[in-house]
Design a binder for this molecule. Sequence first.
Ligand SMILES: NC(=O)c1ccc[n+]([C@@H]2O[C@H](COP(=O)([O-])OP(=O)(O)OC[C@H]3O[C@@H](n4cnc5c(N)ncnc54)[C@H](O)[C@@H]3O)[C@@H](O)[C@H]2O)c1
Length: 296
Amino acid sequence: MSVIAVLGLGTMGQGIAVSAAGAGHQVRLLDQPSRQADCVDAVRLRFDRHSTGQPADLRPAADLADAVGPADLVIEAVPESPELKRALFSELHGLVAPDAVIMTNTSSLPLDELVSAVEFPGRFLAAHFFHPAELIPGVEIARTPATDQESVDVALAFLRTLAKEPVEVLPQAGFVANRLQIALFLEALACVAEGVAAPAEIDTIVRTTFGLRLPAYGPFAIADMAGLDVYQSILATLHSQHGERFAPPAELTALLEAGRTGLKSGAGFHTYSAERSTALAAERDDLYRRILAATA
Ligand SMILES: NC(=O)c1ccc[n+]([C@@H]2O[C@H](COP(=O)([O-])OP(=O)(O)OC[C@H]3O[C@@H](n4cnc5c(N)ncnc54)[C@H](O)[C@@H]3O)[C@@H](O)[C@H]2O)c1
């Protein structure tokens, strides 16, 4: 088991600490002095709500040196301000073991804005958890050109001990998940602005239609199931009504020209054997039934 220092015990740091403690790691906790006691209480409360009754090795730290000195991994979860994060990384100089891995939980800051403040850039990467971090399995990992492979391997191995499903992406602003979430949000706002539907109605539509699919499938698997030719036709109509942002993309046209219409042709963005196609339909309906039952 590793020693993990969590710096910043707000919404995210608390969940990350609970997740790490639940996996049996020693977790050293640090927030600002005025908030430390309340934040540590909040972590303990969340651990008790979440855990299976196993004791947690949660250690409130006296100061930054005490938090990070023995740490194998340092997880930074202070507010989303480049100045604040850079100042904290500078304070870590001389306190952290040279082979400790430092992970930032930034949601959107480009990593090149942060890495220059880090003492050992080879040991630095992003691990973008989602709220509540003790429950949500996905974590986006992003490295800088300076990050060494061993640090990525250490981070991935650590996240797997937390039963997370890490996926590595490029270190671009917003990574993948926030770009997708925000794109949906902006289109929902455009529908409201055009008077198509009110926010409450749009929430209902998302929850009761394609939102139901999202716990099981991503956009490419869903497009394959719908049929890429169907998507192309929808895009053509949307393009004529709503403008350039709906222009059918070249990637989609190329797949269709290659006969890849999705599940029905055995290939789209993914490929499907005949057995897999048959099994998938049954699997999908069963998943939707279970999701419907769980959310009823
Ligand atoms: N809230 C979310 O849903 C979410 C999701 C994913 C990623 N993130 C990212 O995680 C990071 C933290 O977000 P949050 O929502 O938990 O913020 P938050 O404001 O809830 O918590 C931040 C905590 O950091 C503490 N802090 C500030 N300076 C500190 C310092 N020098 N040392 C130790 N602690 C310090 C604050 O007192 C506060 O308790 C941000 O980068 C954010 O973008 C947030």
